[in-house]
Design a binder for this molecule. Structure first.
Ligand code: HEM
Length: 414
């Protein structure tokens, strides 16, 4: 039996925080192996990258999610008791409920609501001063997704709710005040949505049939019980929070259009070029560094022993940049997706495998919102990009250009 290469330091948590997205890949390169072992947050952890690792990681006979997510991430980003932490029949059933919301017409509806937000904001941006795209997108996406989900949101609440959703997204890997702000934001968000769920269940707030709010409030689990109000709130936040997070990918799309003007022309002239462009943005730019699971029962793989209970991280960023999967992985080349569908275990910015497994429930929503944003940025408006700090720091989790992408002189085309 082979021994998994081991990082011989007492604990690598600080190295992970220092090195960010490249932490796993750097060590894989150093050991000449796509698997190595270390200690993170004081727990022995196996780190892996690449397509075979991705196929292994999404095998639910071998891995489970209960107890896999660090508590710091649960207190901020994901919450406790949501679909991410479930296994087996409980996961299948809850995930099927969430995926029932992802019909083509529902996704189109959210896209139209987002387009309405663009229309309204472009009128404000015209003739105004500099516009920070990331900040604007946060408000636009919060309004669009709340309207889509059936969650009431007064105009006066938009700033506060958007700030809280951003704080949950930005604080999972943070330490100190940013982390504590994220915890507070999550508590506030769960309290808000638990009250909304109470009102729907009491019949005092109408929720449209088929809306996320109604479906989640009325969902019954495999034993016929409705979700506790806090867990229902966690699942609603599982839709609201990541939809607002799509703003980060849209900022990266704006950055890619800026850095690759030939692609700006190409997507403007050929609507079929937009989807390959969006896939390449999702592959190339950093978002979630890794997904985590625990070994469900001991097994051997490629001669390596995976003991029961061991935490395993799949390097999502490293798999999206693996040289054996992507020729010239550090070049932005949307044409790599021109005539092939993405491989479910190779393009993994939102997890891998089937959507009935733990792969992201909102991947189709993400693609739809990004496509609409790219169309607006290339065909509906023109703008200038003044000098600003657009560097993408791969040591920062989650990464974003510090300026938030500022545009000036926004005007409508034609
Ligand atoms: C901003 C773009 C997004 C990124 C980068 C992203 C990324 C991810 C990743 C990496 C996972 C975990 C996969 C795993 O554990 O193996 C995940 C899960 C999930 N995502 Fe997303 N996501 C995005 C947008 C969305 C949207 C728009 C929604 C919903 C509207 C959504 C809802 C979920 C849910 C509910 C899960 C848990 C799925 C499960 O455990 O079965 N995400 N996402």
């Amino acid at each position: 039996m082979a021994t998994i290469p081991t990082d011989r330091v007492p604990d690598s948590t600080l190295a992970l925080l220092r090195e960010g997205y490249r932490y796993i890949g750097t060590r894989c390169d150093r050991y000449g192996s796509d698997v190595f072992q270390t200690r993170l947050l004081l727990r022995r952890t196996i780190c892996m990258r690449g397509r075979p690792a991705s196929v292994l990681f999404y095998d639910t006979e071998r891995f489970e999610r209960a107890g896999a997510m660090p508590v710091r991430v649960q207190w901020t980003l994901t919450g406790r008791g949501g679909v991410q932490s479930l296994d087996g029949a409980a996961h299948r059933d809850r995930k099927a409920m969430l995926m029932s919301l992802m019909t083509p017409s529902a996704i189109r509806h959210l896209g139209q609501l987002f387009d309405d937000e663009w229309r309204a904001r472009i009128s404000v941006w015209e003739g105004a001063g500099p516009v920070v795209l990331y900040r604007e997108l946060g408000r636009m996406l919060t309004r669009a997704v709340c309207a889509w989900a059936g969650v009431p949101l007064a105009d006066a609440q938009v700033t506060r709710r958007t700030a809280d959703l951003h704080a949950m997204i930005g604080s999972g890997a943070a330490i100190g005040p940013v982390h504590w702000w994220g915890r507070l934001a999550r508590r506030r968000g769960e309290r808000w949505l638990a009250e909304v769920v109470d009102q729907v269940r009491a019949g005092t707030l109408p929720a449209p049939a088929g809306s996320a709010l109604r479906v989640i409030a009325e969902y019954r689990d495999t034993r016929g019980r409705v979700l506790p109000r806090r867990i229902a709130a966690v699942e609603l936040l599982n839709l609201l929070r990541p939809t607002v997070a799509v703003g980060r990918f849209i900022v990266f799309a704006a950055l890619a259009l800026h850095d690759h003007p030939a692609w700006r022309e190409r997507v403007r002239e050929d609507a079929d070029a937009t989807e390959p462009f969006v896939h390449e943005v999702r592959r190339y730019y950093p978002f979630f560094p890794a997904a985590s699971a625990r070994v469900r029962r001991p097994f051997e793989w490629h001669g390596y022993q995976f003991p029961r209970g061991r935490r395993v991280l799949l390097d999502l960023y490293g798999t999206n940049h693996h040289p054996s999967l992507w020729p010239e992985p550090e070049r932005f080349r949307p044409e790599r997706f021109a005539d092939r569908r993405p491989d479910a275990y190779a393009l993994v910015p939102q997890g891998g495998g089937e959507h009935s497994g733990h792969r992201c429930a909102g991947e189709w929503i993400t693609i739809e919102l990004m496509k609409r944003a790219v169309t607006n940025l290339t065909s509906t408006i023109r703008y200038d990009v003044p000098p600003q700090d657009l560097a993408v720091d791969l040591r920062r989790l989650p990464a974003l250009p510090p300026s938030g992408f500022v545009v000036t002189n926004v005007r409508r085309t034609a």
